[in-house]
Design a protein. Structure first.
Ligand code: 5RP
Length: 223
């Protein structure tokens, strides 16, 4: 099976997983990226079975709207029943690295507001220790140099993701060479640097469920 086929399989599994949660008033949180895009396309088949969505990026909002699925502002909805999103890496505790698509801040906000966070990924994303994938950090543009110097003090090698502006008008530093042995502690330390908007570690609010597409089928991992 190719990686694309694995992503398709997990997108279908995610829709199957959330189907029992869909009611007339259900709001679904929708993530960002190629796996989330496939999930959107599958979800569209059930668009009359729930109220609507909150999207974690402008790109996902546009794709949802093209399918005729309502997209609400987060501030105008009460409760997000379930959030479905991809990841760049996951460990066995369902701590994640996210932000490869630069949507980490809105992703973290939607995850925080959701009753259940279902991560969808192919098996290449499962790791023993987080950090092979460079950790994305969203920064206020004027603070980029300062934040980069502080990240070096934490043992990382930050690289400016040139040409990328986030949906919030900010910039991204990708931090290489971090061995992330304590994700929750590092998440807090990086968030404490002045000028950091968010970092891509999801340890304080990890996924609740990981649907992992493998060649043997889609596995369901729970915390
Ligand atoms: C976007 C993300 C994505 O979920 C992550 O990059 C995985 O993307 P893909 O499904 O394309 O591999 O965090 O900011």
């Amino acid at each position: 099976m190719t990686q694309d086929e694995l992503k398709q399989a997990v997108a279908e599994a995610a829709v199957k997983y959330i189907l029992p949660m869909l009611e007339d008033d259900t709001i679904v949180g929708v993530g960002t990226g190629s796996t989330a895009n496939l999930f959107i396309d599958e979800l569209a088949k059930y668009k009359n079975d729930f109220d609507g969505t909150v999207a974690s990026s402008e790109a996902s909002a546009e794709r949802l709207k093209k399918h005729g699925i309502p997209v609400y502002e987060l501030n105008s909805v009460g409760n997000i029943r379930v959030y479905v999103d991809g990841a760049d890496e996951s460990n066995e505790y369902l701590h994640l690295i996210k932000g490869g698509g630069a949507a980490l801040t809105r992703e973290k906000i939607v995850a925080a507001c959701s009753e259940e966070f279902v991560c969808i990924a192919d098996e290449s994303k499962m790791v023993k220790v987080l950090g092979d994938f460079p950790l994305p950090v969203e920064v206020i543009p004027m603070a980029r140099g300062y934040v980069a110097r502080e990240l070096v003090k934490l043992g990382g090698d930050p690289v400016y993701r040139e040409g990328v502006i986030t949906d919030n008008g900010n910039q991204i530093l990708d931090v290489y060479n971090l061995d992330i042995l304590n994700p929750a502690e590092l998440e807090k330390s990086i968030d404490g640097i002045v000028g950091v908007v968010t970092n891509g570690l999801f340890a304080k609010r990890p996924a609740d469920v990981l649907l992992l597409a493998t060649k043997e089928g889609v596995k369901t991992l729970k915390r």
